[in-house]
Ligand binder design. Structure first.
Ligand code: NAG
Ligand code: NAG
Ligand code: NAG
Ligand code: NAG
Length: 440
C-alpha cells in the first residue's frame, strides 16, 4: 500500500505490505526522489518493468520519431519521458529487476516528477512485444489498478513529486505536483459505476460502465447543484484510464482547492463495447484497439443512453448547457470535436486534448454560418510538442479558442495531465467567447 501524508513537504512511503512500490525523498541527486519496486514471483526467470514505464529523453534530442533513450539513473534536469519512437538495435532496457534467489524481485531508480504507469514483464526479452496477449504482463498484485472488472486496466501507477533543487531547469517546466493528493478537505471521491445501456456487451449484457468523480463538497450543501464535465479516454482505453493512469481526481481536487474552478462532477464514460457491431475490445490487446467506434456512433449512443442516465441518477448536478462540458484525449478529443459540431446545444465548453482529428475537416465557414453557436463556445485545443497527432485547427475563422502546446509532450499521460490542468486553469467554466484577455 502507498500512503500519502501532507506535512508541509509531501512525503510518500509504504507501510505494511512487504512488496509494492515505495517513493522515497532522498534530498540528493539526480532527482531528489528514488522509487523502490518490490515484487514476489517464485516461478519467473527474468522480470522487467514496463507497461508504461519508459526511458527518458530531453528537449534537444527529441523529434516526432526520435528519442534519446536515457536510463533514469543518468537523469539531468529537463529530461522527460515521451511515448513512442523506435528502440535502437541492441538497446539495453534500463528497468531490469534483480532476484534475491528466493523469488523476491527488486529494482531501485531515481525518477523525476510525474505519473508513471507500470506492469511487470515476466520472462520477456523485448518490452514492446510483451503483453497480456503473450501472457508475459502482470499488474502489481500489491498495488492493484483502479478498475471496475479485473482486466479492465493492465497497469498500476504511482506519482513522484517535484524537487526544484534537482529537477529545476530553464528549458521546460515538468513539475506535476498538481497531480499529487490535495489537502484532505479537498479530496473528492472516484468510483466505478455500472449503468443501463441497451446493447452493451461489457461488463455485462445491456450494462455499461463509467467512472464518476464527486468533489469533496458534493452533497454537503443543501440544494447546491454542481457543473458536470464529461471526460473521455482515447483509443485502447476505457473510463478507468483517467484515474488509474492520469490521477484525474487529484488534478480536479487541486484545481478546486486553488480556486481555478468551482467544485465539478466528472463522468468518465467508456466508448468501446457499447454494442456488438465491432470485435470485442480487450484492454492490452492491441489487435482490438483499432476497431474504433465511429465518433458519431458514440455520440448517438451517449445521447440516447448515457446523458439521460446521468441526468436521472447523479442527483446534485445542474441540468443546462451553461454548466456542462465535454473533453477527451486522442480519439476522445476527436469525440469532443464531434460533440462540438453535433451536440452544440448540449455543452458550452469543449476540451480537445491531443485530438485525433486527422482526416476530419474542422468547422469551416459554411458550418459556422449554418450553426453560429459554434462561434460562441468555450473551446480549448491542446497538443504535445512531440505528439504524433499534432495538427493545426480553427485559425482564420474568427472562432475564439485557447491553445496549449505541452513543451515535453508526446502522446501520453504526462501530456494529458498537463492538458487537463491547463484546461481547468484557463478555460473551464470561464466566460466565453474567449478573447485576448481570457485566462490572463
Ligand atoms: C509469476 O510469473 C508467472 C510466469 O512464470 C505468471 O504466470 C504469474 O502470474 C506470476 N505471478 C504473480 C503473482 O505475479
Ligand atoms: C517484436 O514483434 C514483432 C511483430 O510481431 C516482430 O517482428 C519482432 O521480431 C519482435 N521483436 C523482438 C525483438 O522480439
Ligand atoms: C459492474 O458489473 C460487472 C458485471 O456484472 C460486475 O462484475 C462489477 O462488479 C460491477 N461493478 C460495479 C461497480 O457495480
Ligand atoms: C487518414 O487517412 C489516411 C490516408 O487515407 C489513412 O491511412 C489513415 O488511416 C486515416 N486516419 C484515420 C484516423 O482515419
Amino acid at each position: 500500500m502507498i500512503v500519502q501524508t501532507v506535512l508541509g513537504l509531501l512525503a510518500l512511503y509504504s507501510v505494511g505490505a512487504s512488496a509494492s512500490v515505495t517513493v522515497r525523498k532522498t534530498d540528493k541527486g539526480p532527482t531528489g526522489y528514488e522509487v523502490d519496486f518490490k515484487y514476489v514471483n517464485t516461478t519467473a526467470n527474468r522480470v522487467l518493468i514496463g507497461g508504461g514505464l519508459m526511458p527518458f529523453s530531453d528537449h534537444f534530442h527529441t523529434t516526432l520519431n526520435n528519442r534519446a533513450w536515457y536510463d533514469p539513473h543518468d537523469y539531468k534536469p529537463g529530461d522527460f519521458y515521451v511515448a513512442g519512437g523506435q528502440m535502437p538495435d541492441g538497446y539495453q532496457w534500463p528497468y531490469e529487476m534483480k532476484s534475491d534467489g528466493d523469488g523476491v524481485w527488486s529494482y531501485t531508480t531515481p525518477l523525476p516528477s510525474g505519473i508513471y504507469s507500470y506492469a511487470y514483464l515476466i520472462d520477456c526479452d523485448f518490452p514492446p512485444n510483451c503483453s497480456i496477449v503473450t501472457g508475459q504482463l502482470v499488474t502489481d498484485p500489491d498495488l492493484p489498478p483502479f478498475e471496475n472488472v479485473k482486466g479492465d486496466q493492465v497497469s498500476s501507477s504511482f506519482q513522484v513529486p517535484f524537487d526544484a533543487r534537482f529537477q529545476g531547469t530553464d528549458d521546460i517546466t515538468a513539475n506535476f505536483n498538481y497531480a499529487l493528493p490535495a489537502p484532505a478537505e479537498f479530496r473528492g471521491t472516484v468510483k466505478s459505476v455500472n449503468y443501463t445501456s441497451p446493447g452493451s456487451i461489457h461488463p455485462a449484457p445491456d450494462v455499461h460502465h463509467l467512472a464518476l468523480y464527486l468533489p469533496a463538497e458534493y452533497g454537503k450543501v443543501e440544494g447546491k447543484k454542481y457543473p458536470l464535465l464529461y471526460l473521455s479516454h482515447g483509443a485502447g482505453g476505457n473510463g478507468n484510464d483517467w484515474e488509474n493512469q492520469g490521477r484525474m481526481s487529484s488534478i480536479m481536487d487541486n484545481l478546486i482547492a486553488a480556486g481555478h474552478i468551482a467544485p465539478t462532477v466528472v463522468v468518465m464514460p467508456s466508448f468501446y463495447n457499447l454494442d456488438d457491431s465491432l470485435p470485442r475490445f480487450v484492454m492490452g490487446d492491441a489487435s482490438t484497439t483499432f476497431a474504433l467506434p465511429a465518433p458519431e456512433r458514440i455520440r448517438e449512443n451517449y445521447q440516447k443512453h448515457l446523458f439521460p442516465w446521468v441526468a436521472a441518477n447523479v442527483p446534485h448536478v445542474c441540468d443546462a448547457p451553461g454548466c456542462r462540458a465535454f473533453a477527451g484525449l486522442s480519439w476522445g478529443g476527436r469525440l469532443a470535436y464531434e460533440m462540438y459540431a453535433h451536440a452544440t446545444d448540449y455543452f458550452d465548453w469543449y476540451g480537445l486534448f491531443s485530438p485525433a482529428t486527422m482526416n476530419v475537416s474542422y468547422v469551416d465557414a459554411g458550418a459556422l454560418a449554418a450553426n453560429p453557436a459554434l462561434g460562441r463556445k468555450g473551446l480549448f485545443v491542446a497538443y504535445g510538442l512531440y505528439d504524433s497527432v499534432f495538427e493545426a485547427a480553427l485559425d482564420g475563422l474568427g472562432v475564439g479558442f485557447l491553445s496549449r502546446v505541452s513543451p515535453f509532450g508526446g502522446h501520453y499521460w504526462n501530456t494529458w495531465q498537463d492538458e487537463l490542468w491547463w484546461f481547468g486553469v484557463k478555460a473551464l467554466w470561464k466566460p466565453f467567447p474567449y478573447t485576448q484577455r481570457t485566462g490572463r
